[in-house]
Design a protein around this ligand. Sequence first.
Ligand code: ATP
Ligand code: ZN
Length: 720
Amino acid sequence: MRRIFDYLPHPEQQIVVGGRVRVPFGRRMMIGIVVGESDHSEWPVEQLKAIDEVFDQTPIWPPSLLDLFKWAGRYYQHPIGEVLSHALPKKLRLGEQPNSADIEVWQLTEAGAAQDSQSTKRAPKQWQLLELLKAGAQERATLSAQGVTGATIQAVAKKGWIEPAPLSALNESACCQPTQPPATTEQSIAITALCSRLQGFSVSLLEGITGSGKTRVYLDVMAQVIAKGKQVLVLVPEIGLTPQTLSRFRNHLGVRIGLVHSGLNDSERLAAWQAARTGELPVLLGTRSAIFTPMANLGLIVVDEEHDGSYKQQDGFRYQARDLAVMRARNEQVPLLLGSATPSFESLANVEAGRYQHLTLTERAAGGQLPQIAAIDMRQQVMSGPLSAPIINAMEQHLQDNNQVLVFLNRRGFSPVLLCHECGWFAECQRCNRPFTWHKGFRRLVCHHCQVERPVPHQCDSCGSTQLVPVGQGTEQLEEALQAQFPQYPVVRIDRDSTRRKDAFENLVADVQRGHYRILVGTQMLAKGHDFADVTLVIIADVDGALFSSDFRAGERMCQLLTQVSGRAGRAGQQAQVLLQTHYPDHPWVQQLQTEGYQQVAQALLAERKQAQLPPYAAIAIIRAEANDETKVAEFLASAESVLSEAARGVNDKGGVIVMAPGPCAMVRKAGRYRWQLALLAPQKSAIQQLLNQTLGEIEGSKLAQVVRWHVDVDPHDTV
Ligand SMILES: Nc1ncnc2c1ncn2[C@@H]1O[C@H](COP(=O)(O)OP(=O)(O)OP(=O)(O)O)[C@@H](O)[C@H]1O
Ligand SMILES: [Zn+2]
């Protein structure tokens, strides 16, 4: 509910703003959070109920953070209750007390330290655990982030090689790596510039080409902050939290690193949260939602790969964690460091406007040149498999030279369509009106839009023919074809399907690092931020689909993705190559990326955005609605449009808000429901805010608002 509720104070207990209380709500008792105090109410005092129980003597969040949440609720047009509930670890929502002692810590015993790889020869996982603990005690949560399962821990503990350790062991354990290569000149310049701004609020954008060693810059700056006794909050994209990242942080900083990731259970999550809140944890490393963690002594926020789409929550409370980081840094008066090889256009525009400090790294830290992208014109190739002859030849070369080859294809499954060769019928999801993807390994057809599955048919539904043929290719097919083409080189596929099991992703990445595989096939999971030292050739198998998206951000996204994937090649300083297969070698983005690189393409695309008055030079919000009955969706948005248009006449002083006519989404039917949307555009974010604040109450009150599912998306990630 888009509102707050009034209660009388507890007769004896003191209440605190930002603390939890139990209150009667309807016929139930519920846990609430006190967001403010007042000496009056809109309701007659006899109608108000009293707070039943007070849980907290001190606020859960400091006032600056509570203010941030209130701001976020207003800005993203999301009910404050849901925002706060989102920010609160589950155990606290249920009324438990914060507790940081709930942490399971393990250390080597003397017997364990005496083992060598021979004694665990048939149990490589156990050896991995022993090796990890050689550097000192670690939390179970940290071990699990590095691919160690509970079963392995139990097995090794049973042998008497490891034992539970006190929490204090963590602080002594993290060791500093003695042999760091010296920072490069560019890195040193960036580090000095950043360290001169550690007081007060500022935002810096570190734009460093792929492999330029941005992480090293973060770490040196973080070390300075930690040395002053302050805490650092580091955000990474959803799949950027690899064992490698973690060990780099541990080794370099020599302090305990707290983690927030999807593999934590509720107790571990609460323990990390509490350790951060009390100030005992020097570094908290986490994905999007870590931005909500209170930190007693915050000294710096770092957002790595700041352009990454996973910082935007795509359902419920649709916040942008990078943008919240800016607000949080301002509220808490600390510096914010954004880093990327392919900065978001929002951040580039902020640099242009002089709001962010701009630091650049233009050379690769380990030497060598950034690989050039070369397009292979598919129209002139005779294709015998998914990859053309020049690509196969190049792969042969790099593999013979003992290097790894990465083949990128952003489509899971075996084939995106299963077609009847005789009549042209194809298997289609009835709820989305889109073809099913054939997953050969799972022996299922899966709709990638609504996740519904069905068995693979033996016959055509329409004519009964048994000649069903796969059309188009996904990673599964590519993996199969490459293994057949290069039987002597092990192939691994890394995508959401091959990494479904817990820890599978961490394990596969570790195996790639160890050189177990020579050919890596994968989706964007492989593209982001990984440091695979032996990859010298990157193949981009197909980008053609992305060239035709009608989303105004399609160009930005594609250039980011291609630059990031390409950047996986030659990171240890080798000569490297990137080959891109396309039917459209003349497409302007493809051309520009080959000849100029991300910075120049970004400048060109930004100029177009400015001309067209689109974000980041304007603000946008979208109201989306869906229902089984399309006319209801259209009617609801039409009435919303008239409410908005009427009110929009009043906000003309700020340059006005354009209320676009409602229309069907690019994918008009999903999971059986029809989807429409209405966009609001304005030169200023505040104008859209003002308009939504004025009108949402009325829109929400309409009868159709109860019939259709709808939501507001401020600064949407997807706009089609
Ligand atoms: N000063 C240095 N001297 C030698 N090697 C370095 C130095 N700094 C970083 N490196 C190495 O360069 C490689 C790339 O560094 P890093 O992964 O930090 O790059 P990055 O800027 O984050 O790249 P990306 O944006 O592609 O993720 C790593 O293997 C790292 O160990
Ligand atoms: Zn579907």
